[in-house]
Design a protein around this ligand. Structure first.
Ligand SMILES: [Zn+2]
Length: 335
């Protein structure tokens, strides 16, 4: 199998955006006001409305199906993940589900939103443009407010890894939150790509949020024949056919494919229920392995602990106060 990768590049980028103190504080945050958007559901193809509402401290991220009166809330938790085949689906004990939560979860993580009610009037979060950017925009329009409760961070104490065949996902201790990914498709334009993004000072928004979901034309045809992906189009996914990107405007990042995998991982990891202090790495993995990694993590109490930063001097808290942005992009070619 031949893979053609990109040139090896490695760069350290100084952030251009001044960091507002509120973004680096240690208190929990929610939205200042309620925001709504309407979009297409990827699988049903139907219009769906999404509303983000402020929530009290220690609420977490709570999804609610407003089209099913009286249905129980679904907490955005790794324990409530019931399907990871096409996207991440969460559900409650009554069988009420919400699919495709991962891009919204990534935006909430990237924007440091701890508490919010997510009201959806259908079984899927709208796909929007296939990235997290429209949700970041919605959150920014809502603005954030600090709450009178400390944010608890999940500190990874020792490495933990899950593997299936040649797929791998792991978390290792680190004093920041970083997400690395390697993909390896038998397709020239996607091929081998890898990247590590340290999530500080707006890197999520700049380096990850705009990366769209992607698929291969033959998969799209199979899906739609099975009555799925009916809302999928070049407006909400990068579609590859015969080593070509079919989207007229091309890619948003040269390595948009692997950046989207980072985006998915950020969203799926936020189902841990908090910000993580540790380094994630995924190799050819996806929603399933990330969820299995969280299940393995929380099954072993020696691998993690909650750190309450309110008990610490904020000056001594390096991961949220760091000054530089580290983006290492190591794409290698193999023959
Ligand atoms: Zn995705």
């Amino acid at each position: 199998m031949n893979h053609v990768g990109q040139e090896v590049t490695s760069s350290k980028v100084e952030t251009a955006t001044p960091v507002a103190p509120i973004l680096n504080s240690i208190k929990q945050k929610t939205l200042l006001r309620t925001m709504n958007c309407v979009g297409i559901a990827l699988h049903s193809g139907e219009k769906v409305s999404l509303t983000l509402r402020p929530a009290e401290a220690n609420t977490g991220i709570i999804f609610r199906r407003t089209d099913i009166p009286g249905s129980k809330e679904i907490a955005a938790s790794w324990e409530n993940v019931i399907d990871t085949r096409m996207c991440t689906t969460i559900g409650n004990e009554d069988g009420v589900t919400i699919s495709t939560v991962e891009h919204l979860m990534a935006a909430l993580a990237g924007c440091h939103v701890d508490n919010v009610y997510v009201d959806v009037n259908g079984p899927e979060v709208p796909v929007m443009d296939g990235s997290a950017q429209p949700f970041v925009f919605l959150i920014e329009c809502a603005s954030l407010q600090e709450q009178d409760a400390p944010r608890q961070v999940i500190e990874i104490l020792k490495p933990i890894r899950v593997e299936i065949g040649d797929k791998m996902a792991e978390l290792v201790p680190r004093d920041t939150f970083s997400v690395g990914f390697e993909i390896d498709f038998d397709c020239e334009i996607v091929a081998k790509q890898s990247i590590t993004v340290t999530m500080i000072n707006g890197t999520f928004k700049k380096e990850v949020a705009r990366a769209r979901t992607f698929g291969f034309m033959h998969e799209v045809e199979q899906l739609q024949a099975a009555g799925l992906g009916l809302g999928g189009s070049l407006d909400n996914a990068v579609i590859v056919e015969d080593d070509k990107v079919l989207n007229e405007d091309g890619l948003r990042y040269d390595d948009e494919f692997v950046r989207h995998k980072v985006l998915d991982a950020v969203g799926d990891l936020y189902l841990s229920g908090g910000m993580i202090m540790g380094s994630f790495k995924g190799v050819r993995s996806g929603h399933t392995l990330t969820n299995q990694l969280l299940r393995a993590l929380f099954a072993d109490q020696s691998t993690w602990r909650y750190v309450d930063f309110a008990d610490r001097d904020s000056q001594a808290e390096p991961n949220l106060a760091a000054k530089s942005v580290e983006v290492v992009n190591l794409a290698t070619a193999t023959a």
